[in-house]
Design a protein around this ligand. Structure first.
Ligand SMILES: C[S@@+](CC[C@H](N)C(=O)[O-])C[C@H]1O[C@@H](n2cnc3c(N)ncnc32)[C@H](O)[C@@H]1O
Ligand code: SF4
Ligand code: SF4
Length: 363
């Protein structure tokens, strides 16, 4: 395994807090104790991190502020403004629950992209139940309406995107969500297949999973299998809609990978190479840096420069673990967003041949 390491990552994420006001069924970050606030990096420490990252990465690099819920930090706009003043392009991710009072700040900030998580549109209860907070879908519709109607002439560059988990209860909502995004001139909608609940945890609660000995939990496998029959035609429909010009951010290859996963979850490990080791650089709320969000940190940004961390022994050990990892979260968007280059084409060809063989046997 002597692949040349890129000198810089492609995806930069600052998870500025673990805290969250929702009670999602798919993610346990909200269960973190409120006390962790005192351990989070201060505004000045984040600014120092931003300066170091800028020095290493240069001008025009995309940076995503996420969490937890990043808008729970009172200094969110101070940090995003500072990042843009240094030359970063800034995006953020939000559950949309508490941002209605911040619409003016969002429009007048130099944000380029705000991703709002929304899981249903026709039956709002599906979204609300998945997030554990009544009224949360309606708040999102109101916020999107306000931003889209008020940003003209003030921040035309600001794009609003949807991030939607695909899970058993919202399959009938997937196509209407795409139609809503197109009708309301959102920049895109990005789907994320429901991932094993264990992967979405507060950094303060878990230092890393045992990725070496991972076996797909039976319950998660059952969830995926229960979705397969209905989900596969929906994915085919998404592919058609994408071809017809609807702005679906997932690549065709990623959508194809979802189908492989539905057909047999175990196949995904040979079909998709996980690339997070050479693409991702994520700083957690306490300054620890990870290449893979499920693995132990490679060190603290308070002790070493980002470039030193990227080239450290710990990073190369982590990359080795990524290379042999058997987990399925390789399907998530942080492994696909920048460019889908990790699809194992020979696997596809083998799969196609297998299907042709089966079909000719039947005839
Ligand atoms: C961890 S959240 C952080 C940002 C913000 N709190 C939010 O919900 O948008 C990032 C994204 O992960 C998604 N997510 C949460 N649990 C998930 C799961 N088990 N599988 C796939 N995506 C999940 C959320 O819906 C959200 O779009
Ligand atoms: S998915 Fe986002 S909103 Fe839901 S608990 Fe996790 S961090 Fe909070
Ligand atoms: S599949 Fe990739 S992202 Fe998931 S645990 Fe393994 S290395 Fe990390």
């Amino acid at each position: 395994m002597s692949q040349k390491l890129p000198s810089k990552p492609q995806m930069l994420t600052l998870d500025i807090t673990d805290r969250c006001q929702m009670q999602c069924q798919t993610c346990s970050k909200w269960q973190v104790s409120a006390d962790v606030r005192h351990k989070e990096l201060s505004t000045e420490q984040w600014k120092e991190v931003l300066r170091e990252l800028r020095q290493w990465l240069g001008n025009g690099f995309w940076i995503c502020f996420s969490g937890g819920e990043p808008f729970l930090r009172p200094d969110i706009f101070e940090l995003t403004d500072y990042a843009t003043s240094l030359g970063f392009k800034v995006s953020s991710m939000s559950n949309g629950f508490s941002i209605e009072q911040m619409v003016d700040n969002i429009i007048d900030s130099k944000f380029e992209s705000l991703n709002i998580s929304l899981n249903s549109i026709i039956d709002k209860n599906i979204h609300d139940t998945s997030r554990g907070r009544e009224g949360s879908a309606q708040k999102i519709f109101d916020v999107i309406w306000q931003i889209m109607h008020n940003k003209k002439g003030r921040n035309d560059n600001l794009s609003i995107n949807l991030a939607t988990i695909m899970f058993p209860d919202n399959l009938d909502e997937i196509i209407p969500l795409v139609e809503y995004a197109t009708k309301n001139h959102l920049k895109h909608i990005m789907f994320q297949l429901i991932e094993d609940f264990n992967s979405f945890h507060a950094y303060a609660e878990k230092d890393g999973l045992d990725t070496d000995n991972y076996k797909i939990p039976q319950e998660y496998k059952k969830t995926i299998q229960s979705m397969a029959e209905k989900a596969i035609p929906i994915i085919d429909h998404l592919v058609e809609m994408k071809r017809a010009g609807h702005s679906i951010a997932n690549s065709y290859e990623q959508l194809e990978a979802y189908k492989i996963f539905f057909n047999n979850p175990e196949d995904i490990v040979t079909a998709i190479k996980c690339d997070v080791g050479s693409t991702n650089f994520a700083v957690d709320p306490y300054g620890d840096v990870r290449l893979c969000f499920n693995m132990k940190p490679i060190g603290s940004i308070l002790e070493k420069s980002p470039e030193e961390l990227w080239n450290s022994v710990e990073a190369s050990q982590c990359r080795h673990k990524v290379h042999t990892c058997k987990m399925c979260c390789r399907l998530i968007n942080c492994n696909f967003k920048a460019n889908f280059t990790n699809f194992n084409k020979s696997f596809l060809v083998r799969l196609k041949n297998k299907i042709i063989k089966l079909l000719t046997k039947k005839l």
